[in-house]
Design a protein around this ligand. Structure first.
Ligand code: HEC
Length: 105
């Protein structure tokens, strides 16, 4: 067996494994930290979401935001949105925002 081919195969398998794992990490963080206010599908259809008037993911203002703007809101907070700086890693913030953005349509 050619070791170089075997190595290439292992690298490829590794790459294929990483992408879904990152998406999963974002989903886990979102469910644990964000869902209570933003809802399971980003529609803010929870008690806390309604009480705080969180905008649904399909709101025009939310749709107009860039990923970087959203990361800034989650990192530093805004209004009743808590700041996650120091509570989540930069990667967790980025992944949870990426997951939230799958609801923005
Ligand atoms: C305690 C309730 C609460 C939690 C928990 C929460 N948010 Fe928010 N979030 C809000 C509120 C309220 C706003 C609106 C802030 C404003 O514009 O005044 C907001 C705004 C945002 C925005 C900007 C777009 C918008 O809807 O206005 C993003 C993106 C966002 N949150 C993502 C997250 C992510 C990701 C998490 C988890 C890491 C999270 N939020 C956790 C309450 C919450």
């Amino acid at each position: 067996m050619n070791t170089r081919i075997r190595m290439a195969g292992m690298v490829l398998l590794g790459l294929l494994g990483v992408a879904p794992m990152m998406a999963q990490a974002g989903a886990d963080t979102y469910k644990a930290k964000c869902q209570s206010c933003h809802g399971a599908t980003g529609m803010a259809d929870t008690g806390a979401g309604k009480a705080m008037k969180v905008k649904p993911a399909n709101d025009a203002d939310v749709k107009a935001m860039t990923e970087d703007q959203m990361i800034a809101v989650v990192t530093d907070g805004k209004g009743k949105m808590p700041a996650y700086k120091g509570k989540l890693t930069d990667a967790q913030i980025k992944d949870s925002v990426a997951y939230y953005r799958t609801f923005v349509k």
